[in-house]
Ligand binder design. Structure first.
Ligand code: GTP
Ligand code: MG
Length: 303
């Protein structure tokens, strides 16, 4: 066996404050719209594994929920999922929005936690398309001074600028070991959950207040039809009857828009026809139900 045939495999966690661009970076690295992205903070709720297999190396890239001071049970589970995703990884990327006008206290808190954990990470300054490079110098110096980072990269996850260099580093850094997944596998998240996340992405995009944070999308059923299409039923859970009315919209116009946009995204992602049926239910206590956390792997049982 020549050197070229020795497999390398490992895991890389992408960590950061909400809205830093973690999911955008994952998607840019994979060249797929795997993890949902919106302009709102706290978009990602679950750990999303994306597989990047190139040459003799397979990287399990882990997109995580943003880290902030959590209050509710759901927020706590999200932040815990982010920290749990560091278990057993070979590399940690700390992604920071370099274009932010003020230093983000959430970033300082993450730095403190990383220091306590005594782990080395790679700093990735993101959104450099929005800022002049010379403005980044004080930030890079401050980050170097923490001693927490082996290297600092500057990228635009949106345009892809600087991403190939970062990818080269990751590929070179994976230890020798057999691949954990088949070469053509993209993720370990089920299509059912991914489809539910696609609908939630539309909820976040199309509703303009705090409501989306109080909503969830649950996969109900999935039927494979003879013609190759999928018949998907999902339930949108909200806490209050008034929220239900907002999601439905006047004469059901809003839910129709949400369903239509989500269906198109699903077709693009899955490459086959989709029939999507959405139901909206109000349930004051959905955030307290264990089965919800189990369904999304937010109960600490995965990995
Ligand atoms: N200009 C610019 N915008 C970016 C870049 N990367 C991400 N964004 C935008 O920043 C917003 C947040 O991106 P996400 O990828 O959802 O951020 P995230 O870190 O996954 O956010 P959470 O899941 O909420 O923690 C979106 O509007 C993205 O389009 C970038 O490099 N440049
Ligand atoms: Mg995200």
């Amino acid at each position: 066996m020549t050197q070229d045939h020795i497999q390398h495999a490992g895991f890389v966690a992408i960590l950061g404050a909400p809205n830093a661009g973690k999911s955008t970076l994952l998607n840019q690295m994979l060249g797929e719209r795997l993890s949902i992205v919106t302009h709102k903070a706290q978009t990602t709720r679950i750990r999303v594994l994306g597989l990047l297999t190139q040459g003799n190396t397979q990287i399990g890239l882990i997109d995580t929920p943003g880290i902030f001071k959590p209050k509710s049970r759901l927020e706590k589970a999200m932040v815990q999922a982010a920290w749990d995703s560091l278990d057993g990884v070979d590399m940690i990327l700390l992604l920071v929005d370099a274009s932010a006008r003020q230093p983000d206290p959430k970033v300082d808190e993450i730095l403190e936690s990383l220091a306590k954990r005594k782990v080395k990470a790679t700093m990735v300054l993101n959104k450099v398309d929005k800022i002049k490079l010379e403005k980044l110098l004080p930030m890079t110096e401050r980050m170097h001074a923490t001693g927490l980072f082996d290297e600092i990269y500057m990228v635009s996850a949106l345009t892809g600028d600087g991403v190939p260099e970062l990818k080269t580093k990751l590929l070179a850094g994976m230890p020798v070991g057999p691949w954990h997944y088949p070469e053509d596998q993209l993720t370990d998240v089920s299509e059912r959950l991914l489809a539910a996340e696609i609908t939630r992405e539309q909820l976040l995009c199309q509703l303009h207040d705090e409501l989306p944070y109080m909503a969830s999308v649950i996969p109900e059923s999935w039927e494979e039809r003879k013609d190759g299409s999928a018949l998907i039923r999902q339930t949108i859970l909200v806490t209050k009857a008034a929220h239900r009315a907002m999601v439905l919209g006047k004469n059901g116009a809003r839910i129709k828009e949400i369903g239509s946009a989500a269906r198109q995204e699903m077709v693009a992602f899955m490459g086959r026809p989709v029939h999507l049926f959405l139901d909206v239910k109000a349930d004051e206590r959905w955030q307290e139900k264990n089965e919800f956390y189990r369904l999304f792997g937010l109960d600490g049982a995965s990995r």
